[in-house]
Ligand binder design. Structure first.
Ligand code: KG4
Ligand code: ZN
Length: 343
């Protein structure tokens, strides 16, 4: 729950990781079932923590897309029901705009507001999109992945190597122990729009690297570790990950960061950006944050805090406030759209 002026009054996240973990990725049917189960208690808890009653809210904001159709339907249906019952305005928010607003909110709270135009990268399990974000707001799509999203590449590499799901956080931690120059992965060269991304070649290069070695025993050891402890410690991971694999992870991560930052840099220059916003689950990557701070980028870079980087409802409420103030409310004909575009 987010107050006018963008103070977070409460933020409740129901994690489904335990549900999807055994499958190495999100299972859509299970996701909608879990949403259905969680939505009432989560809303109740968010109200309780904020010390508010439903009647006191200014509006209810909901993600209208993009995302998994079943999960979106649960959210939009429940939000409409709440608004109908209590006579509250309904505000529809694009999930990507939510990720961007997690950063906008924190920048404002830190007394260092975003300056426009901004270059916004949304980099998550489902998206790797570059937008020009100008006041208005106006969003213009500058580039996007043509195949896998960066987070998806992390998740697939992790699955292949027996690191479980999601892959980003564990690879990020282990990459710090490897040599990022050890495996010379080539960068994707894009025909057409040079600001588009591609991660499928890198993913295949990792697969070839694995196939060329006999990693059966170490992968089995990691799977056994995960079966014993769903959340292994860093020491436990290091005990079942030889140096060559740490080097592979570091090289993979370095390549992903390079792919992201080189396009961020040239896009920021191209649009004359005054701020750079890195958002979405992958924006919590430590390697990415360090490199973005180290490298000479054309303007200041903003990141979300780790809690607001991955999916949460505070970012949706934050994105909803300016819409509500502009009178952009939705009616009960609102439809969830799996492929909703921001621009
Ligand atoms: O934004 P998000 O919570 O959900 C989507 O909208 O997709 O992002 C989840 C993605 C997953 O692919 C996960 O592996 C990745 O973000 N991720 C990371 C890190 N933390 C989460 N990727 C790289 N490094 C991290 N530290
Ligand atoms: Zn997301």
């Amino acid at each position: 729950m987010v107050a006018r002026g963008q103070t977070i009054l409460s933020s409740v996240v129901a994690s489904q990781l335990g549900t999807h973990f055994p499958y190495g990725g999100v299972v859509p049917e299970l996701a909608s079932r879990e949403h259905l189960r969680a939505i009432v208690p989560v809303v109740r808890l968010a109200l309780e923590r904020a010390g508010k009653r439903l009647e006191e809210l200014a509006a209810v904001a909901v993600t209208a897309g993009p995302g998994l159709a079943g999960s979106l339907l649960v959210g939009t249906t429940y939000a409409k029901a709440l608004c109908f019952a209590k006579g509250l305005p309904l505000v529809a928010v694009n999930h990507l705009e939510g990720h961007i607003h997690a950063v906008v909110l924190e920048a404002r709270r830190a007394g260092r507001p975003i300056e426009y135009p901004a270059l916004a990268l949304v980099v998550s399990g489902g998206h790797t999109h570059l937008f020009e974000y100008a006041e208005g707001p106006r969003y213009r799509l500058l580039g996007r992945t043509r195949d896998d999203a960066a987070g998806e590449a992390y998740d697939k590499v992790a699955k292949l190597l027996g690191f479980g799901y999601p892959g980003g956080p564990v690879i990020d931690r282990l990459a710090a122990f490897g040599d990022p120059e050890a495996v010379p992965f080539t960068l994707a060269r894009m025909k057409g729009n040079p600001l588009d991304f591609s991660f499928s070649g890198l993913k295949t290069a990792v697969l070839r690297w694995v196939e060329a070695r006999d990693l059966g025993a170490e992968i089995a050891a990691r799977r056994a570790l995960l079966a014993r402890t769903p959340k292994p410690s860093l020491e436990e991971w290091l005990a079942v990950t030889p140096q060559a694999t740490l080097d592979l992870l570091a090289s993979f991560q370095r390549t992903v960061i390079e792919e992201l930052l080189r396009r961020v840099s040239s896009a920021a220059e191209q649009i004359g950006a005054r701020s750079i916003i890195l958002s979405g689950g992958v924006a919590s990557n430590r390697g990415l944050r360090e490199e973005a701070m180290r490298r000479p980028l054309p303007c200041p870079v903003f990141f979300p805090s780790p809690e607001l980087a991955t999916d949460n409802a505070a970012m949706i409420a934050a994105a909803a406030w300016p819409k509500l103030e502009r009178g952009e409310t939705a009616d009960f004909s609102l439809k969830a759209e799996a492929n909703l575009k921001l621009a």
